[in-house]
Design a protein around this ligand. Sequence first.
Ligand SMILES: Cc1cc2nc3c(=O)[nH]c(=O)nc-3n(C[C@H](O)[C@H](O)[C@H](O)COP(=O)(O)OP(=O)(O)OC[C@H]3O[C@@H](n4cnc5c(N)ncnc54)[C@H](O)[C@@H]3O)c2cc1C
Length: 475
Amino acid sequence: MVDRRDVVVIGGGITGLTAAYEIIRNRPDASVTVLEATDRVGGIVGAVTTGRYVVDIGPHGFIDNGSDTRLLIDRLGISGDLIPATKEAAKISLLKDNRIYQIPGTLGQLLRTPLLSAHGKARLLSEVFVPPRHEEDSVIDFVTRRFGREVAEKFAVPAVRGVVGGDADNFSIEGEFPLIKELERKYGSVLIGAVRNQQQRHRLDPVSPRIPSFREFGNRLKTFRGSGMQHLVDTLAAVLGERIRLGTAVRALEHTAEGRWRVLTDDGPAYEADHALIALPSDAAVQLVRPHHAPVADALSVLPHPDIRVVALAYRKTDVARPPRGIGFIATPGLPSDLLGAIHASTIFPEQAPADQIMIRVLAGGLPDAPILTHRKERAVELIHHDLQNAFGLKGTPVFCHEHLWRRPIPTYPVGHRPLFRELLDSVAQLGGLHMAGNSYFGVGVNDCVRDARRAATGIIEALRSSRPSAAVGR
Ligand SMILES: Cc1cc2nc3c(=O)[nH]c(=O)nc-3n(C[C@H](O)[C@H](O)[C@H](O)COP(=O)(O)OP(=O)(O)OC[C@H]3O[C@@H](n4cnc5c(N)ncnc54)[C@H](O)[C@@H]3O)c2cc1C
């Protein structure tokens, strides 16, 4: 039996859900089905609520910077449920030698920080004289070239590990931190660019696009009251209703003689659609796309995908000698627990833990041979607790723990990634009716995935419009 549809969206993560929502919002007459392999929607986005603890197993929030995510939230009518992070979110620290150091956010703090030698500080400040380079670099090459080796080793390596979960040598500055590369491109110097941005902020210049500082990122971090980021995917799921089929793993995609796409599922019915949108993690996307477009499958299959262990631990405030400050920390490599970094969940979103406790959400692993990825949960928690104990002067044991092990959740982008995939996805579009979107192409953040979902949805809506005009008018 074959179910006929206008559009089949494969994958019910934030990308697939957003794309499906955009399509039905613009074309309420279109038949759209979302096929999701697991028994829940949201993919990486989701939170587990246990009593008064809310633990995001994926993103702990999104940056509310006028992005597509905010537009989506406004359209869903849930902007009233947003809660901003506390002011603490504008600061971030470095865990080094069992001590927490605040990462300098101003020139004054930079000159006073014990984290850099006098030579390292002088080299950092000489960045303003380093000529810009327009070609793409790896993160480590970019930071070494502009700020010197000491800054690269002490800040860039842990920052990349903490934010993206892997090895700074392999990542593209353009792919992972496009806004920093943009400062060099636009102003010839990252430091000059950062100062100019600061001035623009004061002038509230509406014309020139502003590149936000880390402080601004922290100040614009938001999540949802009650169930954290789970609320966003639950709301999308409620709007999409029966269009979502849970527990439906897609195993193959066929192009029919009539130019439609036949979607074969593991044990459910087959679907046939004019448009199939692959909104899957890279590994699953490779399997479906390879028979139709080998180059995109090849390019996806070589992307590194670090495994990440997420562990949230709560402690009584009375057991904490040095309470967590700021949004969290990034860790220098080499800790027994393979810590990458942590979010001080209850410091930035106090409602996510009981008032007499602190909750820290740790990310560990990253590199393929990191032992923390193979330990049993109990051993992993023990090692992480031990490293936190030293850093925060913890006297007691955790009163709450939640753990989640992600296998290959997000890719890391090598140099040249984005232009390559721009070309490859244009070429996939030539097949007619096949679309791809998600965290493998133009950014891994929630904002990036929502933007990419809207890109794919727009292509489908336009194609539906030209093949079958509708009286429906999008909001
Ligand atoms: C630990 C962690 C922390 C993060 N923190 C942040 C953060 O703070 N801020 C931020 O902006 N971003 C963060 N991210 C990144 C961001 O959350 C993800 O990149 C984004 O959610 C990916 O969404 P997606 O829909 O593209 O993919 P996914 O969420 O992977 O969704 C894909 C869906 O496809 C389904 N699927 C797989 N195979 C099949 C199949 N064969 N048939 C049908 N369905 C299938 C999966 O079950 C899944 O539901 C984080 C990621 C991780 C792992």
